[in-house]
Design a protein around this ligand. Structure first.
Ligand code: ATP
Ligand code: MG
Length: 368
């Protein structure tokens, strides 16, 4: 049996179905940028999940063809350093498909049917009775994505929780069936409740590329301002003097996600912190537009350096492809190594198994 030394390895990624938005940023991307400088991590793999995106975009590969680059530009813009992380393309690592195929035998249809994220996504996409089989199986494929790299830490948004749970179930099943080869992974959720599942500008439950309610990391300053000005707040807060409500008020959820005390000192010194502003808003006496303009200043401060870095990389596309090539090569090297370990544990490595061959020879041609 092969035992692999447990290292701290990050695996996470995004579907190339559109540019990345501030929900991605607070849900996972910001954390990756921090962790790339943490020396306790041995390796960081960031996957552009094009094969997963095909599961519900099979008829539109062009969308993915364009967005692999866009997502990579967003990564570099957000501050991911290609010297510290491996950015790679999922479909270019065929070992992922092989591992997913073996994993399919270690879980059940009903287990995937109970997955709450998959349930919501099936509804959102109106699949009803025509769920593509590949889409249905994507949580299993995601388990392969994590384990092929021996990922031990997975920084993601809250919607990914059921996927990590399934991954760990499959890992336990694999290890108890074939031997201790794979490691369980730990989900790393954002530490701020508002960032777990950032709502859309329309106040809907989740900012999502597919729902058109996003502020993109690459939106120009004037677009960001326009989107913030038309954001959903509190429909009962009609006059400035009316008491306002915070629950479901997207502006305040964004403030929870992005605002720090120093922003008040800089942009709105009338208050010391968010709690004071919230208290005043709920008592009544503050207009929504003032809060939106404050939020806008905070967002622009955060987004400006991201836009600048993006602009630089947009002028260096061949280098961006070199980064992808290098990251994918590193991912393949790791993938080939793990799949060999997996095959050996499953005892399906017949061609390399000299002991098996010798025993079989002896069965038919006893040497003594
Ligand atoms: P799609 O609509 O194509 O599924 P998406 O916007 O949901 O796209 P994904 O690529 O599925 O984005 O998600 C990538 C990562 O970003 C995941 O870790 C997910 O948890 C996180 N994430 C996505 N949207 C949000 C959000 N609104 N708030 C917090 N995290 C998010
Ligand atoms: Mg999604």
């Amino acid at each position: 049996m092969i035992m692999i030394e447990k290292k701290k390895i990050i695996l996470t990624g995004d579907r190339p179905t559109g540019r990345l938005h501030i929900g991605h940023y607070v849900g996972s991307l910001r954390r990756r940028v921090e962790l790339q400088n943490d020396p306790s991590f041995d390796k960081i793999f960031i996957m552009i999940a094009d094969a997963q995106a095909l599961t519900d975009n099979a008829d539109n590969p062009e969308k993915l063809r364009q967005n692999v680059l866009e997502v990579t530009l967003d990564y570099l813009a957000a501050g991911l350093d290609p010297g510290k992380v491996n950015i790679f393309i999922q479909s270019a690592v065929p070992e992922l498909t092989e591992l997913a195929f073996y994993f399919m035998n270690l879980t059940t249809v009903s287990r995937v049917q109970r997955n709450p994220t998959v349930k919501t996504e099936i509804q959102m996409r109106n699949f009803e009775a025509n769920i593509p089989l590949g889409f249905f199986c994507y949580p299993v494929s995601q388990a392969a994505d994590i384990t092929l790299f021996h990922g031990t830490v997975v920084p993601v948004g809250e919607d990914q929780k059921p996927m990590i749970e399934l991954t760990n179930e499959i890992v336990r099943r694999f290890n108890s069936t074939y031997g201790e080869v794979l490691h369980e992974a730990q989900i790393l959720l954002p530490d701020n409740q508002a960032c777990m599942r950032l709502p859309g500008t329309d106040g809907k439950a989740k900012m999502s590329k597919s729902l058109g309610n996003c502020i993109y990391l690459s939106d120009p300053a004037e677009v960001v301002e326009k989107k913030i000005k038309s954001m959903y707040t509190d429909p009962t807060h009609l006059r400035v003097t009316d008491p306002g409500h915070l629950e479901g008020n997207a502006v305040f959820t964004y403030l929870d996600a992005f605002c720090r005390d120093e922003h008040f000192a800089k942009y709105w010194p009338e208050y010391n912190n968010l709690q004071e502003l919230k208290d005043h808003y709920t008592r009544g006496g503050i207009g929504d537009m003032k809060c939106k303009m404050f939020l806008c200043k905070i967002m622009q401060e955060m987004l400006e350096p991201i836009r600048e870095r993006r602009h630089y990389w947009e002028q260096h596309i061949p280098e961006v492809y070199d980064i992808l090539r290098k990251g994918t090569e590193a991912a393949r090297t790791q993938g080939r190594q793990t799949i060999e370990e997996v095959r050996a544990a499953m005892r399906i490595n017949y061609l390399d198994d000299k002991e098996l061959q010798k025993a079989q020879m002896e069965k038919y041609y006893p040497t003594e």
